[in-house]
Design a protein around this ligand. Structure first.
Ligand code: ZN
Ligand code: ZN
Length: 334
């Protein structure tokens, strides 16, 4: 249950805000100009995934720091090789002699991603943001981050420097049909949480599930029902959604293959469309995609919807040409 949208108009700094409904939780792709996000929205962010540190993707770091300073925020940030040094350069531009007595300890947990490995450092406000080496946790799926509700993967693209593209995949959700529960005469309670966990872990159908409830102060009632029976009667599975964020990449065979693989089957694909295809040479020289290339890549990835951004300012007032060209390629391969 989330929504994902561009922070700025397609001519503004790139960035996507993903917001979870009914939860104090959000994530961000890229750290460009963030002024369109209210402090309330910024303070919901727990994870940030930065593609690379060209200014239009990283200038918002200072604003984020400003809003979070003195608050009880813990934010995990991921970025490409050299990322620790660049975060530290930004932090070291300021003087931190009065922060040790702050009531809240704002902290950044920064993961520098390399092909094949990653390393993590943390920076605590009350320790004047001095770098501290942290252990890096590996996820079995190879994702950069994973928990029970979603996973984020990264892929290195060639932008004359390494630039990370990201996919966000929500896990399937287990919904309980309350009416069916009533009809079976089963109580609501903690056992339902355990049931959900066991389904998500993929336990076999013949697993007996303990349905239990409290009777008076100490006595508990219980009943065992097969997982298969509960699944058929009271469970509705909702497949998770997939969102991909692809920006700042030259069009070549290697990048195309990686983008298509990463974005495969996306429900929504955010992809840069910087130039019209008549300027393909210029796009190649600047290591960006054209609108046509963006549309074709999304089509080959089997994306359901696309959202275009990172338009060159030269097309101000003529954005529809970029959109038309990308949509033509996306819908008909033309
Ligand atoms: Zn760039
Ligand atoms: Zn850029």
């Amino acid at each position: 249950m989330f929504s994902a949208h561009l922070i700025n108009d397609p001519f503004g700094d790139p960035g996507v805000y993903v917001e979870f409904r009914h939860k104090r939780r959000a994530l961000l792709f890229d750290l460009g100009d963030l002024h369109n996000l209210s402090p309330r929205k910024l303070l919901k962010i727990n994870h940030i995934f930065v593609s690379h540190t060209h200014m239009d993707h990283f200038i918002g770091f200072d604003y984020l720091l400003r809003v979070c300073l003195g608050r009880d925020c813990h934010i995990s940030i991921f970025g490409p090789p050299g990322f620790h040094r660049q975060i530290e350069n930004k932090i070291n531009a300021y003087t931190w002699n009065l922060v040790e007595n702050y009531t809240n300890d704002f902290a950044l947990h920064v993961t520098e991603v390399h092909p094949g490995h990653k390393s993590r450092r943390s920076y605590h406000c009350r320790r004047a943001f001095k770098p501290e080496i942290e252990e890096t946790d590996e996820t079995p799926s190879g994702a950069l981050f994973e928990d029970s509700s979603f996973a984020v993967k990264g892929e290195f693209l060639d932008h004359k420097i390494p630039c990370l593209a990201y996919s966000f995949e929500e896990k399937s959700r287990v919904n309980i049909k309350k009416n069916a529960l009533l009809e079976m005469g089963l109580p609501v309670g903690a056992w339902l949480m355990e049931l959900k966990d066991r389904i998500l872990r993929g336990e076999p159908d013949e697993t007996p599930i303990r349905v239990w409830w409290k009777e008076g102060k100490q006595k508990a009632g219980e009943r065992f029902i097969l997982l298969s029976e509960l699944k058929a009667a009271i469970v509705k599975m909702t497949p998770g959604q997939k969102v991909t964020y692809v920006t700042d990449a030259v069009y070549n065979e290697d990048n195309a293959r990686k983008i298509i693989e990463l974005a495969h089957g996306s429900d929504l694909m955010f992809i840069e469309a910087t130039f019209l295809h008549e300027e393909a040479d210029k796009a190649a020289e600047k290591h960006h995609l054209t609108a046509r290339q963006a549309g074709l890549l999304a089509r080959r990835a089997g994306a359901k919807r696309i959202s275009l951004f990172h338009f060159s300012p030269k097309y101000k007032g003529a954005a529809e040409h970029l959109v038309e060209e990308a949509m033509r390629a996306f819908n008909s391969g033309g």
